[in-house]
Design a protein around this ligand. Sequence first.
Ligand SMILES: [Zn+2]
Length: 155
Amino acid sequence: MCVKNIELNLETIAYQKTTPFCYSCYKEAPTGTCKACCSDDLMRILPGSGCEYGTDWVVKELLEENLDSADISDSFELMIEDCYGETVKVGFLELSTVEVMKDQDPISWDIAKSEYIDGLVEDEQLITFDNGSTHYWIHDVENFIEENLEIEEAC
Ligand SMILES: [Zn+2]
């Protein structure tokens, strides 16, 4: 599934799991037009979460509730250990490569880590919906879509 399709599918799920909601009347309007005031300027209501305009917030909320965000620190450390070894010799000491690098140059460490994350996003292994504060593994998001997308049956 490409990123564009993932976004579209998540938007569809967000529509399926929410109901149009007229904030002025404080009533659900399942048809898309408020029966009381005839407005079609409607929010979406997600049971248990509240109401707001648009679906971006619904997508974020659904993913937060249903998926664990990717623990990139762990996989970055593993990648470093794969490349440079688990331990490194400093004089007569055998030290953890990761710990030495973090201690000695935390800034370079953070830069390398964010480049690693950018690489995974470009490779379409990771995806973010909030400009990089939270990342999810794309395969987790794909599983979520498969489990949640209700395919409308063709007649
Ligand atoms: Zn209304």
